[in-house]
Design a protein around this ligand. Sequence first.
Ligand SMILES: [Zn+2]
Length: 123
Amino acid sequence: MHESAIAQSLLEIIEQETLPYAGAKVTTLTLRIGKLSGVMPEALTFAFEALSMGSRSEGASLIIEEVPLSIKCNQCGRVHIVDDPFMICPHCEGTDVEMIAGRELEIRNMEIEDGNQGSQTHT
Ligand SMILES: [Zn+2]
């Protein structure tokens, strides 16, 4: 399953990032996921919850921000949010367009609790 592999790599990134904080627990994880990334948020949440058992991310709330697909037209300079990855400008019908958002799959923010200093935000 695609989402399991993603959840696994997220957990590995979290382990690396939280290495300096002994005993830290991840309380909230915010992800940005592009509409075109092919990731189903529900499936990712499910996989993350299952795989994080016993790790420092166990019990963390997962907040998923979906990023709409945006294209920029180099002919008229406009940016459009579109539903489908058709690379045609809806304004001038130009074909010199580029995708500027929609494929994201990244950790936007991570809140950790290190037990000593309460919670802190790590970006
Ligand atoms: Zn255009």
